[in-house]
Design a binder for this molecule. Structure first.
Ligand SMILES: C[S@@+](CC[C@H](N)C(=O)[O-])C[C@H]1O[C@@H](n2cnc3c(N)ncnc32)[C@H](O)[C@@H]1O
Length: 582
């Protein structure tokens, strides 16, 4: 394993995804409840209100799902499991256990400090000195016992020495991905020359009104909301969704969620976790991927409306969900989440399959019963009219979230990016965007001509999948029939027949480019430069196999460079936090 926290985090997440899935075959608890509900109602057609009344009267109730209250005994037991992994050098398992132990530890207890101290040992072993210093500072802040101080002090000194000697990962040169094209006057984080349109087979779509070059950074949109899979509750920030495993700090009241910073912890408490702390395990029990974000979107909206449910109802109901263009929101005076919310509220909800629609009515109703167990929700949603409004929003927002969902293969975390969510999928994409970040950073992969639709791949690209069986398994993740050129056998055949061969110069350039890509010692910036030149020059040969191999190389380089950029930012911020005294 490489000595790098970013790659260790990647490894842990990959391992975590590989373990037996409690949601196997999408057999979520809620699906079981739904089957029981259908059996008890004899499959009778019911509307939303009658479904809701039936659930209120007959259940199912999930009251017996226990919540996770802080417990030092549990923190010690889990930490000891972590210590055993640490002794066996299984550092990734140890890291996850230490996070869990930190989450169980009671505020003000030594157990909290010991958890951070143990985590700092892993960071040190992985040569991530800034993150190690962050954990040492957290350990000291949280009552780490005095007897551990000599170890912490020695580790701290070693980290400082390594950083001073230029051994920090931050000092390895890495390309930067700032916006490098003219930006939209209303949307400063998006390239000028992108607009929304409607395309028959796809619905809303993003198109280019000007040409772009490979490597152009076209967007850096901040996540609006995110939904983490509770299986990974000790691996993700519950607010922004980032997988900063070694920065995570716990909710101070429950042992169910963690955050990558105090800012995220406070923001979640102010907006959403006030409604969920104390019922979070019950909600986890009902988890169903991104659609579970629907009810949370309602509660987030309620906060944005200053808890004035009647004002929210008036605004939302006046909008009629007749269609939304997220590019209409003006961000030039800063980020205003209420405006983003109002725009999202207008997304036209297309009633897809009847079966799904009925399932949504049921899940909205059962979520209603659990959220009503929260005193904070009960205090705001009082009258029957308000309750019905909440229920309708749960139902509609579930569908909006499903429609906006893009990262189908990254089941650990489902982010909602309002602007990026109008970008359709193609197995032959022209842009690349990295998952698992709190920002949707989108980079052009190929030359993009004026009038072309922007496509990114929600899953692996066709030239990586290699054969039809793999392509079919990718497509089975999606809840729509893919209309792209690679998914229709007849179109694919015709398209492949149009490819151009590389001429003599091309073959020579390909050899040079492939050599740079394979050279472990070549800086990433040099690799990027080589592939971009090649792609620009030989784009006309696409879908030529050699050209596709360079596109794949470009994607891999972008992934590595974007991950490095992200990890370096995390390291620099950690050091700033330590220097500020946290
Ligand atoms: C993230 S949204 C993209 C924007 C969407 N077209 C809209 O109108 O809001 C994902 C949805 O777009 C449609 N879509 C995206 N890529 C598609 C493709 N390759 N083929 C067919 N439909 C696609 C599907 O309905 C999918 O559920």
């Amino acid at each position: 394993m490489e000595i790098n926290i970013a790659s260790l985090q990647d490894h842990i997440l990959t391992r975590a995804r590989g373990r037996p899935d409690v949601h196997e075959d999408f057999d979520f608890a809620i699906e079981r409840y739904h089957r029981e509900f259908l059996a008890s109602t004899g499959g009778r057609k019911m509307d939303l209100e009658s479904t809701w009344r039936h659930v209120l009267e007959n259940g199912p109730r999930v009251d017996d799902v226990p919540e996770r209250a802080k417990s030092n005994a549990k923190a010690v037991a889990v930490r000891q499991e972590g210590n055993r992994y640490y002794a066996d050098r299984v550092l990734d398992e140890a890291a996850e256990k230490y996070n869990e132990s930190i989450c169980w530890a009671e505020p003000g207890s030594e157990e909290l400090g010991i958890g951070f101290a143990n985590r700092s040992a892993i960071c040190y072993e992985h040569g991530d000195y800034e993150i190690c210093l962050l954990n040492i500072a957290l350990a000291r802040k949280h009552n780490c016992p005095v007897k551990l101080e000599p170890k912490l002090a020695a580790r701290e000194q070693n980290c400082r020495q390594q950083i001073a000697a230029g051994m920090s990962q931050v000092s390895v040169p890495n390309p930067r991905f700032a916006m490098n094209v003219e930006t939209d006057p209303k949307i400063p984080f998006m390239a000028k020359g992108l607009r929304m349109t409607e395309v028959p087979a796809y619905g809303r779509a993003m198109v280019a009104e000007r040409s772009f070059r490979p490597g152009d950074v076209l967007m850096k949109e901040k996540v609006f909301m995110t939904m983490s899979d509770p299986q990974y509750q000790y691996l993700h920030c519950h607010f922004c969704g980032e997988s900063k495993l070694f920065n995570l700090i716990p909710c101070s009241d429950c042992a169910s969620v963690m955050y990558c910073s105090d800012k995220c912890r406070q923001e979640d408490k102010r907006t959403l976790h006030r409604f969920e702390c104390g019922i979070k395990e019950k909600l986890n029990h009902l988890y169903t991927s991104i659609v579970a974000l629907g009810p949370r979107m309602f509660l987030y909206g309620l906060t944005l409306f200053g808890d004035k449910v009647d004002v929210m109802q008036k605004v939302c109901e006046a909008q009629k969900r007749s269609g939304s263009n997220p590019l209409d929101v003006d961000y030039s005076n800063g980020y205003n989440p209420l405006e983003v919310f109002k725009n999202l509220n207008q997304v036209k909800v297309t009633k897809k399959e009847e079966k799904n629609y009925r399932r949504f009515m049921f899940t909205a109703s059962i979520y209603f019963t659990v959220y009503m167990q929260s005193p904070a929700v009960r205090a705001l949603i009082v009258s029957e009219d308000q309750q019905k409004f909440m229920l309708r929003c749960f139902m509609d927002y579930k569908q909006i979230c499903l429609q906006a969902s893009m990262f189908f293969w990254d089941e650990a975390n489902a982010p909602l990016f309002p602007i990026a969510s109008i970008i359709n999928h193609s197995c032959d994409p022209n842009v690349y965007a990295i998952p698992r970040m709190s920002h949707f950073k989108m980079v052009a992969l190929k030359p993009i001509a004026k009038g072309e639709q922007i496509f990114f791949s929600y899953g692996p690209v066709w030239y990586k999948n290699g054969d039809k069986a793999k392509q079919d398994s990718t497509m089975s993740l999606f809840l729509f029939q893919c209309d792209c050129v690679a998914c229709n056998p007849a179109r694919l055949k015709r398209w492949l027949a149009t490819q151009k061969r590389l001429d003599e110069h091309g073959i020579r350039d390909l050899r040079t480019c492939s050599k740079v890509i394979a050279d472990d010692l070549a800086p990433l910036a040099a690799k990027m430069n080589a592939v971009q030149q090649f792609i620009k020059k030989y784009a006309h040969t696409h879908p030529n196999e050699s050209f596709c191999s360079v596109l794949q190389g470009f994607t891999d380089i972008l992934y590595e460079a974007l991950m490095n950029e992200w990890a370096n930012k995390m390291r620099s911020e950690a050091l700033e936090q330590v220097d500020r005294g946290l």
